[in-house]
Write a protein that binds this ligand. Structure first.
Ligand SMILES: [Mg+2]
Length: 361
């Protein structure tokens, strides 16, 4: 009920103090803000918060999407400036150098000092300046006090400074109830309108997921075929020898099997599926969902494993059953194709909404 929601806020209908805490817009991530639209809106300077806006708290490896977005903004000729009151100036300097974005370090937000200092440095007026940050009581309040428009982004990660996590975020939850009453919601779409279907993040993710899925399918089918057709055991196909053994040991389980080799197809599907699963995790995490670094990786591995085991069991059951139902020499291929298709749809939904989901406060 109190989850992060995106859209534009009709701030004029709010009163103090909610009005001073209300952003102009809210987005899931920086990549939802189109550089072309920012440039067309007349902004000359973008002020950026650091932790959980550009990079996860305490980390120094920027997400790929952040770097790409920064480069696009630079290409539009818009000035960028990090504002931070960090007590770790060395880290701030390193982050600034990595991104190639200068910084202003000063008094704790929501003081207006750093905002004014940055605007003065780049000779930009408040109406030419945009603030992007993840915290209401520092980034948004400070910018509102300085007369600057604001975009509130969902935090990159749930790891935060103790005070932020347990005080600010809980206070934000109280504020949200008030400001969401004036939210013109996007219904999970980026607030800046996209110009084409392929610019929608979910569509791009799905296309990448399909490519990764295709590579996993090739791996899966090659291994299944290798085990079923080309692996021998004491002069005969291993699938036949193993299948015979399985039927002898578990006659009830394999009573529906029409020939020995088909009994061992269940095991071949499992082995191939595990290897294909490792391929999917690596590429979907890194490429499809753009997740880098160590943050939440172990948790994601667990969720991915649970999801994959469920899909694997589904796949083995569907393909094994279909292989015995579909007649003809290509029954294995058709069974694998259908089972993989069903598994892929379940996998994409599960990975996007659960295994690799973004942090929701
Ligand atoms: Mg922050």
């Amino acid at each position: 009920m109190n989850q992060f929601r995106t859209g534009k806020f009709e701030k004029s209908s709010l009163r103090w103090p909610l009005k001073s805490l209300c952003p102009d817009q809210a987005v899931h991530s920086l990549s939802d803000i189109l550089p072309a639209t920012v440039a067309e809106s007349g902004y000359k300077l973008i002020l950026l918060d650091v932790d959980n806006t550009l990079v996860p708290w305490r980390e120094e490896v920027f997400p790929e999407e952040t770097v790409a977005w920064i480069n696009e903004i630079k290409a539009k000729g818009i000035q960028l400036c990090i504002i931070s009151n960090t007590k770790h100036p060395d880290r701030l300097t390193r982050l600034s150098e990595i991104l190639g974005v200068p910084f202003v370090r000063g008094k704790f937000k929501p003081s207006t000092e750093m905002f004014k200092q940055a605007m003065s440095k780049y000779a930009a007026s408040p109406s030419e300046t945009l603030m992007i940050g993840d915290q209401i009581f520092t980034d948004i309040l400070g910018a509102n006090r300085s007369g600057i428009e604001t975009i509130w982004v969902r935090p990159l990660h749930k790891n935060e400074f103790f005070g932020t996590r347990y005080l600010s975020r809980n206070a934000e939850k109280l504020v949200r109830t008030g400001i969401y009453s004036v939210l013109e919601e996007d219904d999970d779409l980026p607030i800046v309108p996209h110009t084409g279907l392929f610019q929608r993040r979910v569509v791009r993710q799905f296309l990448k997921f399909c490519i990764v899925g295709g590579s996993s399918f090739v791996i899966d089918y090659s291994i299944r075929s290798g085990l079923m057709k080309y692996t021998t055991w004491h002069g005969e196909k291993m699938s036949v020898a193993l299948g015979r053994s399985l039927i002898d040991r578990f006659p009830i389980l394999f009573s529906h099997v029409t020939e020995p080799a088909k009994a061992s197809f269940y095991l071949a599907a499992l082995v191939a599926g595990i290897i294909a699963m490792a391929n999917s995790f690596y590429w979907n995490r890194k490429w499809t969902f753009g997740i880098h670094g160590q943050a939440e990786r172990s948790e994601q591995i667990k969720r991915f494993f649970v999801l994959s085991v469920c899909v694997l069991i589904l796949n083995a059951l569907v393909s094994g059953t279909l292989n015995n139902i579909i007649p003809g020499p290509r029954s294995q291929l058709f069974a694998t194709l259908i089972a993989t298709g069903i598994g892929a749809v379940c996998n994409f939904i599960g990975q996007r909404l659960w295994a690799f989901r973004k942090v929701t406060l």
